[in-house]
Design a protein around this ligand. Sequence first.
Ligand code: G3I
Length: 342
Amino acid sequence: GETLKDVAARKGMRFGTAISAGRNQFGDAAYRALVERECNLIVLENEMKWQALEPAPGRPNFGPADDVIAWAKDKGIAVRGHNLFWQTEKWVPAWVAKQNFGPQPAKAVEQLMRTHVSTVCGHFGNSIRSWDVVNEAVDPADGKLRQNALTRPLGAAEQIDLAFRLAKEYAPQAQLVYNDYMRGDAGSAKHRAGVLALLADLKKRGTPVNALGLQSHIGSWDETDKGRSDLVEWRKFLDEVSGMGYDLLITELDVNDRRLPADIAKRDAGVAAATRDYLDVTLAYPRLRDILVWGLADNVSWLQTWDEAPRKDKLPMRPTPFDAQLKAKPMKQAIIDAIKAA
Ligand code: G3I
């Protein structure tokens, strides 16, 4: 059958997935072969996060990411970087959150951020041509900027601005991305409004941001999800973002199938339909060239272990284009059809 990367390439697009260095992903020859066959782009699922790279100060562990990057280079697969700063307080490394920044906290935070960005971007250099510089800065509950150990001394907007300026300085060749979820077929209007306000503010400041990363964890997340009708709101949102001059990319596509029937054929059809509806709206923007899923096969999906919103019947989730036996599911065909139709 056709591969996702070939179908994408014929449209001048790229297709990719998140991959972790773990035993069931990069460590599994069959999974690795599937990624090689279907993808010309990858992103490390966890291994470039600050907490993972530098669990303790000053001793960065680049090994797992380097192994995956070396393989990708050999196979001609491009690699995205995820992420330099994750704004959610609980994902800021504990040693950073606990730090006493002394009598001049703003200066100390600036220095810490500079050290982090120069170390990480300096290490990976031109093997990373697209960086999620800031991840999830907007609180979906109220649309305001999240606060954490780095934002408090500087101001949240100022800290985000600085993050991008540092990324520009130390990764001058890279596409610089603000990445957030703002789920397409549901999610919070306040979240989207907050992201628009942030993007407008960054534009006013002249902050070097190239693109908005649309995480795209779509599907049914809670009982208020209204499904496809909200794609009207989604289109308005994308119109505004591209109107501001930002490029777009889909960074983490998967479909939460917790409210679809247990019957596998029905469930897979529901996942495929949600994918197609979402991509038909989202791929209409010519500024969007890259599509990445957050895991290529169901068994590796983060949703299998995400216990905040499990299926009531506790069956394994089926959120990705391939099943646990690495066989293509209807979601794969939905992506192919949507790319061809775009
Ligand atoms: O590696 C350790 C292992 O040593 C330890 O024994 C085990 C015990 O909990 O934890 C392992 O780390 C886990 C890691 O995934 C690797 O499996 C962390 O607990 C777990 O929190 C972490 O979850 C990741 C999560 O981000 C938080 O970093 C998920 O795999 C990853 O899919 C998810 O990805 C995020 C994106 O970065 C941002 N957008 C949303 C997306 C989904 O939540």
